[in-house]
Design a binder for this molecule. Structure first.
Ligand code: SAM
Ligand code: SF4
Length: 370
């Protein structure tokens, strides 16, 4: 992609449309069945190869579906994993088959010296894919340093292309900076550059077509994510009211795009694209558009990821409270061998699917890493 394009042209006006389609269907949730230890890394079942690393619970935005404006209780600094601790865990994980790393948060770019962490992770033999999920506010200034440090690609979370709406959702007026960050990432080849859009009925669902249109000209991957109940801290998500009435089903999104653009083609015919997104192309489109139907069609059977929270707990499933305290083990002086064995047991306990749609009393997304 040359330097001549701009994502700003895409800030279009499009009237909001509402519909009362019911979002939540508690279908497809089976009884929790743990994988056996020998299966956890066995291609016969699911090979767990992806680790999402939350490097902080702090964030410079307050998205209504994630963090309440008044803030959430923050994890004390001494409880947050140090970089050398993260590197030790990753090194053990790579020996167990972890190949893909995603750095997330909170907002990963607000953590001091995160570029150094990226550089150190990039140097670990066996890491094939190193990416970051960011809200993009600081991306313009960080993108060149991240690229130079060895980051492969970025996913930017962006829920509106309109300044007023962006401000309503995030509590900040940084839309222009985020767009510049996306542009800069495209120019630097931090690709595929992905955009995550969480849709909220009557707030930003009028922009589905605008977001999809970005992929006509630009080599972006726009993914619409079904809104999940954040739970956890009191007040989370209150800014947008009841999540059940306000989520938009993935199928509805696809139908709207088909109607607006006269069709949708599978992104790569016959090719199974790894990851939770179902991906398509607009007719003649340059980029890809996709949906992540975490609520209406969970993808447990193909989930090969585990999560490391910023306070050092391994979580096998975003939707379950169970976690394994790696930090305590690390700080009690455990050997690499002991750490590896613990990690192996923890990963082996990954359930085949989450028993219930969402457990109540969950930690907020900014702590788990989304
Ligand atoms: N701060 C970074 C960002 O926003 O990209 C990284 C952390 S954020 C928790 C990771 C992802 O989780 C974002 O794409 C965000 O939109 C998504 N997310 C947060 N809360 C969500 C919710 N309630 N439902 C669906 N997605 C959510
Ligand atoms: Fe921050 Fe990301 Fe949560 Fe928004 S979604 S409040 S940017 S952690």
């Amino acid at each position: 992609m040359g330097a001549s394009f701009s994502v700003r042209w895409a800030i279009a006006s499009c009237p909001d449309r509402g519909s009362s389609a019911r979002f939540f269907r508690a279908a497809g949730y089976g009884k929790e069945t743990p994988l056996s230890a020998s299966q956890c890394n066995d291609s016969a079942v699911r090979r767990v190869d992806t680790l999402r690393i939350s490097v902080t619970d702090r964030c410079n935005l307050r998205c209504v579906y994630c963090m309440p404006r008044e803030g959430v209780p923050l994890i004390p600094c001494e409880e947050i994993l140090r970089y050398e601790e993260i590197l030790r865990i990753v090194t053990c994980g790579v020996r167990l088959g972890i190949r893909k790393l995603r750095i997330t948060g909170g907002e990963p770019l607000v953590r001091r010296d995160v570029v150094d962490l990226v550089g150190a992770l990039a140097r670990i033999q066996g890491v094939d894919d190193l990416c970051m999920t960011t809200n993009g506010v600081l991306l313009r200034e960080f993108a060149p340093k991240l690229k130079a440090a060895g980051l492969h690609r970025v996913t930017v979370s962006l829920d509106s292309l309109r300044p007023d709406r962006y401000e309503r959702i995030t509590g900040s007026n940084c839309l222009a900076r985020v767009l510049e960050g996306i542009e800069s990432s495209l120019k630097l080849g931090l690709s595929p550059v992905k955009i995550n859009v969480v849709l909220i009925r009557r707030i930003n669902d009028g922009e589905i077509e605008d977001f999809a249109a970005l992929t006509e000209r630009l080599p972006l991957e726009v993914r619409f994510i079904e809104r999940m109940p954040a739970g956890g801290a009191p007040g989370v998500g209150q800014g947008c009211g009841d999540w059940k009435g306000q989520g938009i089903r993935a199928e509805e999104v696809l139908e709207r795009i088909r109607r607006a653009f006269g069709g949708l083609e599978p992104a790569e015919a016959g090719v199974k694209i790894p990851g939770p997104a179902r991906l398509y192309r607009l007719p003649g489109g340059n980029g890809r558009v996709g949906v992540i139907s975490a609520v209406t069609a969970p993808f447990c059977a193909s989930c090969t990821r585990v999560r490391l929270t910023s306070d050092g707990r391994l979580r096998n499933c975003l939707f379950m409270e169970e976690s394994f305290d790696l930090k305590e083990l690390l700080r009690s002086g455990a050997s690499d061998k002991a750490l590896e064995a613990f990690l192996k047991r923890a990963i082996a306990a990954k359930p085949r699917n989450h028993a219930a749609p969402f457990e109540r009393g969950r930690r907020p997304m900014n702590q788990i890493g989304g």
